[in-house]
Ligand binder design. Structure first.
Ligand code: SF4
Length: 70
């Protein structure tokens, strides 16, 4: 049940990521750009589930952010 969900696993398909930085702009506490690859990466793989996180994943133009409820 979503009401009991507290943690989510975030993964980015870096092959698909186009480096637009939208996720970083929306949630800099969870996403950052890799200087090495120019693609997004997660600050941590596990984060609290939130509406903002769902929205950020939905905004990704490449649909390459996966949010899995644990
Ligand atoms: S919003 Fe998606 S395509 Fe843009 S940087 Fe983030 S993961 Fe990459």
């Amino acid at each position: 049940m979503s009401e009991t969900c507290r943690r989510c696993r975030i993964t980015i398909d870096t092959y698909e990521c186009n480096g637009c930085e939208s996720c970083v702009s929306l949630m800099p506490e969870l996403f950052r750009m890799s200087e090495a690859t120019g693609k997004a990466e997660t600050v941590g793989d596990i984060a609290p589930c939130s509406t903002n996180l769902d929205r950020t994943a939905a905004v990704c133009p490449q649909s390459c952010i996966a949010v899995e409820r644990l």
